[in-house]
Design a protein around this ligand. Structure first.
Ligand SMILES: Cc1cc2nc3c(=O)[nH]c(=O)nc-3n(C[C@H](O)[C@H](O)[C@H](O)COP(=O)(O)OP(=O)(O)OC[C@H]3O[C@@H](n4cnc5c(N)ncnc54)[C@H](O)[C@@H]3O)c2cc1C
Length: 419
């Protein structure tokens, strides 16, 4: 009764750790030959942090990340539009975390390896497809060392292989590349002084030019922290752009001129960009939501199932929630199609809503409203946009993303009812 997991990113590793808790056998197949700390900062919402705590890594999370205290929207002139507390400060009984994506992946991997008696993570195994057999499923991988084809049989196959999933491609051969909305994100990490609460996540600008930043570590002895930033510009989406690759390094000269007058008394985007040595480029892409993730013994999870624009701090969080829900049903129904269908039935509609919300009315949508009404300059924000409008927008997104405070505080982690 083995569960085959394709990909050891955040979703695949959380699924492995959850199945280990439930004593359900599994094998993971990962294309990379080693788990390197790739990526920059990501955010983990309280609903996902609660699941990570239940996986027993609370202290480790505190060691590698920082508890986010505030979220804020600012006009291109650096003026405050909206701020709200986050995590514990907002009243959740678990925090929101800002962490380095690669460090989180490494933490999940090391924890899994430590806990497993048997070998369960097969590195250097690039999945190229699968085949349904009479009473099992087979994953086909190329061993990246020997270049030979290797196959493995199991009860079910879960595709956790990210936005360019090879399993999704076999299921939907005509889908093509991810959809680009014209925006390019340049991402970096530098050591600098944190701003506002020292644990604030801020979005500055509007739809066609934006800067997002947050620290992913506590302050060091010099009062500095690791500051994650994303500079974003919008281009003509008809123009061809490079494929979505999270690890593509570029030079800052590609975009820095556009931020030459972006320095405010409380944060200095220009300096943050200037002082960063490694900058990564990523196009703002997603895929159209699917009607179905499950086909016989195969299902999709995380970015392989529902890649979304990285604007609402939801990519990693939703992959974690998916993993826990799927583990729940694999325990309740057994490692069979019924479990996959029950998981899909619960998670597909929720994640579809998030994908659509991130396209049009993500947490950042108010930035453009303010830009349209006053080009980012105002003396009193209340004359531009009402408090009611601001509050209503924030609440709406939270409820779409499953972040209602009361609801979350009154429920336990997803696997708790199985104990
Ligand atoms: C290298 C990298 C860097 C990233 N950096 C950022 C970032 O800085 N900010 C951000 O918001 N998001 C980043 N992401 C995306 C973010 O991790 C995901 O949106 C989110 O965590 C959902 O996780 P996931 O497990 O579904 O997918 P991912 O975390 O993307 O994991 C997918 C895994 O599948 C593996 N894989 C891919 N193809 C195959 C194959 N054919 N066979 C076997 N294994 C395969 C990949 O190597 C990877 O380990 C990054 C992803 C990657 C892979």
């Amino acid at each position: 009764m083995t569960v085959l997991i394709c990909g050891s990113g955040i979703g695949g590793l959380c699924l492995g750790l959850s199945l280990q808790q439930l004593k359900i056998p599994f094998q993971i197949f990962e294309a990379s030959g080693s788990i390197k700390p790739l990526g920059v900062g990501i955010n983990l919402q309280p609903n996902a942090v609660r699941e990570l705590y239940a996986l027993g890594i609370k202290d480790d999370l505190k060691r590698i990340g920082i508890q986010t205290e505030e979220f804020g929207l600012f006009s291109k002139k650096g003026l405050e539009i909206w701020t709200e507390p986050r995590g514990l400060k907002a009243g959740y009984n678990v925090p929101q975390f800002s962490v380095h994506r690669g460090q989180l992946q490494k933490l999940l991997y090391d924890t899994l390896i430590k806990r497993m008696k048997r070998h369960t993570v097969n590195l250097g195994m690039k999945a190229i497809g699968f085949e349904n057999l009479i009473s099992s499923i087979q994953i086909q991988c190329v061993n990246t060392n020997s270049k030979k084809l290797e196959t493995f049989d199991g009860d079910v196959l879960v595709a956790c292989d990210g936005i360019n999933s090879s399993i999704r491609k076999q299921l939907f051969p005509d889908e093509g590349d991810p959809l680009w909305n014209g925006a390019i994100l340049w991402r970096g990490l530098t050591i600098a002084s944190p701003f506002r609460t020292n644990a604030s996540m801020v979005m500055i600008g509007h739809d066609t030019q934006r800067f997002v930043s947050y620290p992913i570590s506590e302050k060091d002895h010099d009062g500095n922290a690791k500051i994650n930033w994303i500079a974003e510009l919008k281009f003509n989406p008809e123009k061809p752009w490079s494929k979505s690759d999270w690890s593509k390094k570029v030079d800052k000269s590609k975009f820095i001129d556009r931020f030459s007058d972006w320095s405010f008394d409380w944060i200095n985007p220009l300096n943050l960009i200037t002082e960063t040595s490694s900058i990564y480029e990523y196009p703002m892409v997603d895929r159209a939501p699917l009607q179905k993730w499950t086909f016989k013994r195969t299902t999709l999870l995380g970015d392989a199932a529902h890649p979304t624009y990285p604007v609402g701090s939801n990519g990693a969080s939703q992959a974690i929630i998916d993993a826990r829900k799927l583990a729940f049903y694999l325990k309740v129904n057994g490692t069979n199609e019924e479990a996959l269908l029950n998981y899909e039935k619960e998670m597909l509609p929720l994640t579809t809503k998030i994908t659509f919300a991130n396209r049009s009315s993500g947490p950042d949508a108010l930035l453009q409203v303010v830009e349209d009404r006053c080009e980012g300059s105002f003396k009193n924000i209340r004359e531009i946009i009402s408090q009611n409008e601001l509050e209503a927008h924030s609440e709406k997104y939270k409820s779409v993303a499953g972040l209602n405070i009361e609801k979350l505080n009154n429920s336990d982690d997803i696997l708790s009812s199985l104990n």
